[in-house]
Write a protein that binds this ligand. Structure first.
Ligand SMILES: [Zn+2]
Length: 359
């Protein structure tokens, strides 16, 4: 096609950053730095080559992923421990921090919470920077190797892809079937993987990871986390993945507790979304929002009816998504048979309500 006469002028327009991060809440790296001087190991998990394992990290603890026997990349999934629907949002993390992340940057969670799940506190590969090919480490651009793309491109069946490994690990950990677990597996942080986009065709490339045994990437858990890490069948990802060809090594996950008081002064980390349920049709319900009503209860008062009356018609189809823990009742007046019912919507309930109301 013939370019328009002003093609060069249009191409010459300077780009602007989509999401300037100057106003992004800044992690207190000095505090984290002091806390990490006091760490005691409380747990460890070794992830076998071409396999995945789950691990949990309480909020305020640190975890570390270490290369132990040979160059190996890992595919990391993170969920909020009490609600698997809140998970690492690779795309938004990329939009905020760029294609690869390192010390001081964060792994952000999915909507409607969009909050820091983990902050990177130490990266022994931070010297690598960006190489002459445009490659760097710890990317949030790849998805994870999976059997579907492998079959699409090669026609072959391979079931130790990171996607499959993560499904098996999550299913085993949560007592789910593989079919139940699969929708929770999501785009990963590619730990230690060296990737980029080719300058000429813009294609996703990988090259041998610069990681060596002893290298590690360390995180601070901003919330209670469930993690799953796959030791990719691609090994150092210098040539092939989705097969048993590459040399593969284990990865070590260690969880550390800081000393008591080491995080004093650390601010609370609420969800950043203040109106989590504004997507619900007509029901603008936010986490922490409280609804109250006084009623003269019949012999049995069903919480569903209360929720319906409190939240209105829009919430009717979503009533079963509200946690019984959100309800409380008290006597409105000492001599009165009237009860005061309160419903304080938790973050998890608001999220479920939001989702149900959208269906
Ligand atoms: Zn993989």
């Amino acid at each position: 096609m013939t370019p328009p006469h002003d093609a060069d002028a249009r191409r010459a327009v300077a780009p602007v950053i989509c999401y300037p991060v100057e106003t992004l809440p800044v992690p207190d790296m000095a505090l984290y730095g002091r806390a990490r001087e006091t760490l005691t190991k409380v747990d460890e998990v070794t992830v076998a080559p071409r396999d995945a394992s789950c691990f949990t990290v309480p909020a305020g603890h640190f975890f570390r992923i270490t290369s132990v026997e040979g160059p190996q990349v890992g595919d990391l999934n993170l969920w909020a421990q009490d609600d698997l629907s809140e998970r690492f949002y690779s795309g938004k993390t990329r939009a905020l921090h760029g294609t690869h992340i390192t010390t001081g940057q964060r792994m952000w969670s999915s909507f409607p919470t969009l909050r820091p799940m983990a902050t990177l506190t130490h990266d022994t590969l931070d010297w690598y920077g960006m190489d002459a090919f445009g490659g760097s480490v710890h990317d949030v651009i790849g998805t994870r190797c999976d059997p579907y793309t492998n079959q699409l491109l090669s026609g072959g069946q391979y079931h130790h892809c990171c996607h499959s490994n993560l499904i098996r690990a999550l299913a085993d950990h949560q007592g789910m079937s593989y079919a139940e677990a699969e929708p929770f597996v999501h785009d990963v942080l590619n730990v230690f993987m060296c990737t980029g986009f080719t300058r000429d065709t813009g294609q996703y490339f990988m090259k041998a990871s610069p990681v060596r045994p002893g290298d590690y990437l360390e995180f601070f858990a901003e919330i209670d986390l469930l993690g799953a890490l796959s030791a990719c069948p691609g090994g150092d990802c210098s040539a092939k993945h989705s097969s048993d060809v590459a040399a593969c090594y284990p990865l070590l996950v260690e969880v550390f507790a800081p000393a008591k008081g080491a995080l004093d002064g650390c601010k609370a980390r609420p969800p950043t979304a203040t109106t989590a349920a504004t997507g619900a049709k007509g029901s603008r319900i936010a986490p922490g929002q409280t609804f109250q009503m006084d009623i003269n209860p019949p012999r049995s008062v069903r919480r569903g009816i209360i929720a319906h009356q409190l939240l209105g018609k829009a919430a009717f189809s979503a009533i079963s998504t509200i946690s019984p823990k959100d309800f409380s009742r008290s006597s409105a007046g000492s001599a009165s048979p009237v009860c005061r019912w309160s419903l304080t919507v938790s973050t998890a309930s608001a999220r479920r309500l939001w989702r149900a109301a959208r269906v």
